[in-house]
Design a protein around this ligand. Structure first.
Ligand SMILES: [Zn+2]
Length: 411
């Protein structure tokens, strides 16, 4: 038996305050509590869960105004961090709807009681995770309440109010004291790869690092793209190396409806070659689970585990990569399935994979797991529209992209 101190450390970022305030998110009501309750009831947070890895629960601090302002605009922060701006004393009716609209606090991003705490805690959680990784205290940090990849500098968008992915990347890309990474040249700045597995394109994150002068951050988003599908962006399309706008560090793999394990397995070599070429020091993985079968988005047909190409298979492969990893949450609108998925992925991080037929333990959320009452999220019957032609065109484009990444890094 390995002693606790010699085990690899995995930091799991959560606190009661974070779970409570994340559970107020209008698009994902109670999801955070459902997720953390399942993970806890499965015994995953027990330090003895794994023989080789030790999980440590780390409570996040609240991000300060200054830390949020590293990306967000002062106008946005001044508005969203003061609930008097949008919550009347009588309840949650907006004081001035036009002001809300200026900052995107309408439609799918309504203001809600607790929004200032939510923003500061979610940002604080990913910054806490980034610090743990930067100081080499752990090789893996998990923050399932993060992953809000649509939040913009000055406005909320697509259920996202805080740009935590961007704040995490900005923290990780800062120059490290050489003591933290012994093999790094002291003047070298770390490279950060952002890999987005959510059903939706990572518009805000990809835009934030688009066309950076120094190629220190690479974003790769695998998502559904179709006319009118959120978020509408030219960069959600397959890159075009001949376009004047082409940036080899802002990459997309658009997939058609019904993407299944076999489609994900087919594109995996591209993901791996991009990673090998870029050679990141840190990998931020946005693990949104709205591409899984049974999500209300009903667009993709990905399964949680089992077959080659599944979400679990992807995460296992990524965990073999060199470099420290930050796993974030994201979309996922079937809350018990999000809990199943993130519980399973947490067990993979601890190198003690739960069996997919694990029975859901008796806990407060138990009735939500009917009718299977097991951990698995199997694939459904949806037809996979990703034809050999489509996938061949993706492969052909990346055949050209990879040498360009290499050439730019050598400049
Ligand atoms: Zn999504």
């Amino acid at each position: 038996m390995t002693s606790n101190s010699s085990k690899h450390l995995v930091c799991y970022i959560v606190s009661q305050g974070l779970a409570k305030t994340s559970s107020l998110l209008p698009s994902n009501k109670k999801r955070s509590i459902i997720v953390h309750s399942l993970i806890s009831s499965l015994g995953i947070l027990n330090p003895h869960f794994s023989d080789t890895h030790r999980i440590q629960v780390v409570n996040p601090r609240k991000a300060t105004y200054k830390e949020l302002a590293v990306y967000h605009s002062n106008d946005y922060l001044d508005f969203v961090l003061d609930s008097k701006n949008y919550v009347s004393s009588a309840g949650d009716a907006p004081m001035d709807a036009s002001l809300n609209a200026n900052f995107g606090l309408e439609d799918d991003c309504p203001p809600f009681q607790g929004l200032p705490d939510y923003i500061q805690l979610v940002a604080g959680a990913v910054l806490t995770a980034a610090e743990v990784l930067r100081q080499s205290k752990a090789e893996i940090a998990i923050c399932w309440d993060g992953g809000r990849h649509h939040a913009q500098k000055s406005h909320a968008s697509g259920f996202c109010y805080v740009a935590d992915c961007i704040l995490a990347i900005l923290a990780l890309k800062r120059r490290l004291p050489s003591a933290y990474i012994p093999n790094m040249i002291p003047t070298q700045k770390p490279r950060v790869m952002y890999l987005d597995l959510d059903l939706h394109y990572s518009d805000a994150v990809s835009d934030a690092f688009f066309s950076s002068v120094t190629p220190q951050v690479l974003t790769l988003s695998i998502h559904h793209s179709a006319p009118g599908f959120f978020p509408v962006s030219a960069r959600s399309q397959l890159p075009s190396v001949s376009s004047p706008d082409f940036d080899p560090f802002t990459l997309s793999i658009p997939l058609l409806k019904g993407a299944s394990n076999s489609t994900y397995a087919r594109i995996w070599p591209i993901v791996e070659r991009v990673k090998d070429t870029f050679a990141p020091d840190f990998i931020v993985i946005q693990c949104g689970v709205d591409a899984l079968a049974e999500d209300p988005c009903a667009t993709f047909n990905w399964s949680l585990g089992g077959a080659a190409g599944s979400l679990g298979w992807y995460i296992n492969k990524i965990l073999e990569w060199q470099g420290s990893k930050l796993l974030l949450g994201g979309g996922g609108y079937n809350s018990p399935n999000a809990a199943r998925a993130w519980a399973y992925l947490t067990s993979l991080c601890l190198q003690r994979p739960l069996s997919l037929d694990t029975e859901i333990p008796d806990h407060s959320g138990f009735p939500l797991y009917a009718p299977s009452f097991t951990l698995d999220v199997p694939r459904g019957n949806m037809h996979d529209h990703n034809t050999d032609d489509h996938l061949s065109s993706v492969e052909a484009v990346f055949q050209d992209v990879i040498p360009i990444i290499q050439a730019r890094l050598e400049r």
